[in-house]
Design a protein around this ligand. Structure first.
Ligand code: DGL
Length: 276
């Protein structure tokens, strides 16, 4: 983070740059819309290279860097990694090397989970790469050392969501299977540790029951963005809001499903090449 750029006079008007491996990060965009309604948002979904969830830290870091460079070139006033996998694997090493604030979804989600738990037992569901990194476990234990974290990789959920099967028997069956060990462990709080998962919040809530609090990393990330930009006075004024979407390959089908379920309006859509 570099004070020189943050003090630019036109900061308020510049977009918040948001990226994800694909379309799932639009859940963060929807949360940003609710939290900071006047902001311009420039979103890049790396649909040519999705999913990130099974890739190595080196690859996810390289992809995240290429995208962040592009967002900065396009004038982003801050970068939001709206992808748990990129947040877990790439944000810690990249965040300090950019001239604008750079934030991921892990810390805000971990902090919200620590606040929500009453019995000290937190469950995390996420991609294989996020679970293997233990990013949530580390972030949660750094806030409260005695909390028990049970984490389960759910590799089949992203493809089901991308097919638009939000409340389908096959999705419910997979969820019951993935969630069973967490319910057995007695968790009272569940972190939806993938930005696709808020699209399954309804069905996850019904399987978990009312006694388990669901922590939506998208919503908590949006609150953290507001906390980060409001003291510096970089919040946009009314009337400037727009959402410009760039994808690295065409993915119209799921984009339109997500746009509708998240109640978003996309002002422009372009295909952009990123990396070599
Ligand atoms: N949206 C990504 C995340 O939050 C998951 C999709 C992927 O595997 O790329 O981790």
């Amino acid at each position: 983070m570099n004070a020189e750029h943050r003090d630019d006079l036109d900061m308020t008007d510049r977009p918040i740059g948001v990226f994800d491996s694909g379309i799932g990060g639009l859940t963060v965009v929807a949360a940003l819309r609710r939290t900071l309604p006047a902001e311009k948002i420039l979103y890049l979904g790396d649909t040519a290279r999705v999913p990130y969830g099974g890739k190595s830290p080196e690859t996810v870091t390289r992809y995240s860097k290429e995208i962040s460079d592009l967002l900065v070139e396009e004038g982003a006033k801050m970068i939001v990694a709206a992808c748990n996998t990129a947040s877990a694997l790439a944000v810690p090493s990249l965040a300090l090397s950019y001239p604008v604030p750079f934030i991921g979804v892990i810390e805000p989600g971990a902090a919200a989970a620590v606040l929500a738990t009453r019995n000290g037992k937190i469950g995390v569901i996420a991609t294989r790469a996020t679970i293997a990194s233990d990013a949530y476990g580390k972030a949660i234990r750094s806030l409260s050392a005695n909390i028990e974290v049970t984490a389960i990789a759910c590799p089949l959920l992203v493809p089901l969501i991308e097919e638009g099967l939000f409340d389908d028997e096959i999705t419910r069956t997979m969820l019951r299977r993935y969630l069973e060990p967490l319910l057995r462990a007695g968790i009272d709080t569940l972190v939806l540790g993938c930005t696709h998962y808020p699209l399954l919040k309804g069905v996850i809530g019904r399987i978990c029951g009312k006694k388990i609090s669901l922590v939506d990393s998208a919503e908590n990330c949006a609150l953290a963005v507001r906390a980060l930009i409001s003291p510096s006075g970089n919040i946009a004024q009314d009337g400037n809001a727009r959402l410009d979407v760039m994808l690295t390959d065409s993915s119209e089908g799921f984009l339109r499903i997500a746009e509708k379920s998240l109640n978003l309006t996309i002002d422009s859509l372009n295909i952009r090449k990123v990396g070599k």
